[in-house]
Write a protein that binds this ligand. Structure first.
Ligand code: ATP
Ligand code: MG
Length: 686
């Protein structure tokens, strides 16, 4: 038997990529740049398996993917492949493959490991975007920059600007000029604000998402530390490299300056994260970062989609301003042309999808093999209602997270405060849950804590808010008990919930459904080894929202996937529906988009279309609700098919109207009015 049987399943270019360098030794750098569905991720999984088979130490392999879900999927694939040669040993090896995750997740772990050496308190907590915006807001108020009449940028805008400066490694003037021209007049105030924001984070021992990369990158500027971190890994693999930003690439290059052991994979035609400062230059410039340059391997056979879907997707991306060099082909059968489905409005769009999904299931395609994709999370609202009405279970990826619910955030704030007494945003939130505690008294306690040498002890001595009475005492006791670790993990989350429930009942009318969420949270917590890991990982990569109030459906249950296009990256389904394929949605903004932004929207449509294996429906409602995402505000607008599918591409698509208006029996259809003027008039005001 061939020692590497799994290679037989690959085409020659894939095989070359997998066995690049020959054995388990770190090889010179290699870049796999190839189109959608050409097997990049699959090749990467084979490469990891191959290294394991050749005897590489799994603990010294760093695998970076775009989500934690992608990382676990990758580990599963690696195990499946390696098993063919290693048998049960494959499971052991993959269990030891524990450096697999996102850049941010890996960063958090390394920073905790290295905390002492880089002057960080290892008990730091991590702020998600919402917490970060809250802190930004607090600081903004303190500096007096929030007077409404001055039209100072909102907390969200401030955070976006800050984040872009950090991730793109660009000075603020440049960021404002390029992306926030209306804020240029505030450059000085913003600098002051950001300085105070950084100060506040440090005082409170919190890191935001950006800090996880920023601190890591900073650590890498120290030669000894960089060598120490780099030498922990023999092999470093990155999937979806086209969506990394400058900070991430600088970290990667600092980990392995000579490139040995680096395998980087991506597709420039699928670059869709420039709004988060990702830059496609990273992947294009990768080969020349080394001398001699990295080997470049391209793959051109698509194994995912039917010829009809592939031709349509190729036609869409061919109209891009940039030239992407890849020309994908497939030997899969032609299949049905992707369909443009014209519907009246979003309600009809939802019914069409629900009905077709059920028809597909009747015909043998499970719900899990079908997905509905949309531009923005809130677009799926009407569909979620329709699915619920028809009892079609679904899971929503990348949407409004379970963790964004107020009550879940409350309980997490308590745990975070326990973990890190100096975390002001959490302290502020949790204290105000108590009856009789408002912002002023909470503030007083927080200031006391900030000045105390040991935050943990200080709570007992803090000025108790006068009106809180015994509630305050029980709060202090709860925090102390949780901090002491007496209850142990995960039992302590139950303890925390028991404290929180009376507050919940006081604050919310629908306490019962909310309690179910808390139980769900408790169950999720049980899957983590410690409070710290639970808080870190939950903040970095929250579980997906579901149709089921009680939480995630059981894994063996069948459910439809709802996902933003961004979160659908790298995945595939037999049947795919893309919602609102209209101007004003894809591309999202009619007027305000710059040329580059419009081009990114084209790639987004390309990403959406290339998720489909067998069936693709592009939904074209005649009217849709703008949800205030565009410059036209919040209203129903009449929509036109996306500009990315102009008339000369229509030959690649089927076209149908739904519901079909059946000609009335017994009468020739031509006797009706040619145009129903009255209906049109009514429609204008609807
Ligand atoms: P994307 O750009 O969307 O991330 P990708 O290039 O990473 O796509 P994969 O997801 O790795 O592509 O593969 C797409 C599909 O093709 C998967 O179902 C995979 O199993 C299959 N595939 C890849 N290579 C081969 C091969 N040599 N033979 C048969 N099937 C293959
Ligand atoms: Mg992939």
């Amino acid at each position: 038997m061939n020692a590497h049987v799994y290679l037989d399943n690959l085409n020659p270019a894939q095989r070359r990529a997998v066995s690049h360098g020959g054995d388990a030794e770190p090889a010179p750098p290699v870049l796999i740049i190839a189109g959608a569905g050409s097997g990049k991720t699959n090749t990467l999984a084979h490469r990891v398996a191959h290294l394991l088979v050749c005897g590489a130490d799994p603990r010294r392999i760093l695998l970076m993917t775009f989500s934690r879900r992608a990382a676990s999927e990758m580990r599963r694939r690696v195990e499946r492949i390696a098993r063919k040669v290693m048998g049960d040993q494959a499971g052991v090896a993959v269990d030891a493959l524990n450096w697999a995750g996102t850049f941010h997740g890996v960063g958090a772990r390394l920073l905790r490991d290295l905390a002492e050496q880089i002057g960080l308190d290892p008990a730091f907590t991590i702020h998600d975007r919402e917490d970060a915006a809250d802190l930004m807001n607090l600081v903004r108020h303190e500096l007096g920059f929030s007077k409404t009449e001055t039209r100072f940028p909102t907390k969200g805008t401030c955070l976006s600007i800050y984040s872009r400066c950090v991730n793109a490694e660009q000075p603020i003037e440049q960021v404002l000029g390029l992306s926030y021209p209306w804020c240029i007049g505030w450059a000085d105030e913003l600098k002051q604000l950001f300085a105070a924001y950084v100060e506040a984070k440090q005082q409170q021992n919190v890191l935001d998402y950006d800090d996880l990369l920023l601190y890591w990158a900073q650590a890498m500027t120290d030669a000894d530390l960089a060598a120490d971190i780099g030498s922990r890994f023999d092999h470093i693999m990155v999937d979806e490299y086209q969506d990394t930003n400058r900070l991430q690439s600088s970290i990667l290059l600092a980990l392995k300056p000579d490139g040995r052991g680096l395998t980087v994979v991506g597709d420039d035609a699928q670059s869709i994260y420039s709004f988060r400062a990702a830059t496609v230059r990273n992947i294009l410039d990768f080969p020349l970062a080394f001398s001699p340059p990295a080997e470049v391997i391209t793959l051109d056979q698509n194994y995912r989609s039917t010829q009809a879907i592939l031709s349509a997707a190729n036609a869409v991306i061919d109209l891009a301003a940039e030239r992407f060099t890849k020309n994908l082909w497939t030997d899969r059968a032609a299949g049905a042309a992707p369909e443009l489905v014209n519907v009246r409005d979003e309600a009809d769009q939802a019914s069409f999808i629900a009905e077709t999904v059920l028809e597909n299931r009747e015909a043998g395609t499970t719900l899990k093999q079908q997905a509905v994709l949309f531009r923005a999370s809130h677009h799926s609202g009407p569909l979620e209602v329709e699915l619920t009405r028809r009892n079609i279970p679904f899971v929503k990826f990348g949407g409004l997270k379970f963790l964004d619910a107020a009550h879940v955030k409350d309980l997490l704030a308590l745990l975070r405060f326990v973990e890190n007494p100096r975390d002001r945003v959490s302290a502020f939130r949790v204290m105000q849950l108590l009856p009789g505690v408002g912002p002023t008294s909470a503030q007083r306690v927080i200031e006391h804590l900030a000045q105390a040498p040991d935050g943990a002890e200080a709570l007992r001595e803090a000025p108790a808010p006068a009106r809180a009475g015994s509630d305050w005492v029980s709060f202090v006791e709860t925090v102390e008990e949780l901090r002491s670790g007496r209850s142990g993990w995960p039992a302590e989350i139950e303890r925390a919930r028991l404290w929180y429930e009376p507050q919940l009942e006081r604050i919310h009318e629908d306490a019962t459904t909310r309690q179910a969420d808390l139980l769900q949270l408790e169950q999720i917590a049980g899957g983590y080894p410690s409070r710290e890991r639970f808080l870190t990982e939950l903040t970095l990569d929250p579980p997906d929202a579901t149709s089921d109030q009680a939480g995630v459906p059981h894994l063996d249950e069948d459910y439809l996937i709802l996902s933003t296009i961004h979160s659908a990256k790298g995945q595939e389904w037999k049947s795919v529906f893309v919602m609102n394929v209209v101007d004003g949605c894809i591309p999202i903004d009619l007027g305000a988009g710059s040329k580059d932004e419009i081009e990114e929207e084209r790639r987004l449509l390309y990403v959406a279309m290339t998720r489909a294996k067998d069936d693709l429906h592009l939904m074209v409602p005649q009217r849709f609700f703008t949800h205030g995402q565009s410059s036209i505000g919040d209203r129903h607008v009449y929509a036109a098919r996306t500009r990315f599918i102009p008339n000369n591409l229509l030959k690649h698509f089927g076209n149908r109207a739904w519901p079909q208006v059946a000609p009335q029996a017994g009468r020739p259809a031509s006797t009706g009015p040619k145009i129903d003027v009255r209906a049109k008039m009514r429609g204008m005001w609807r």
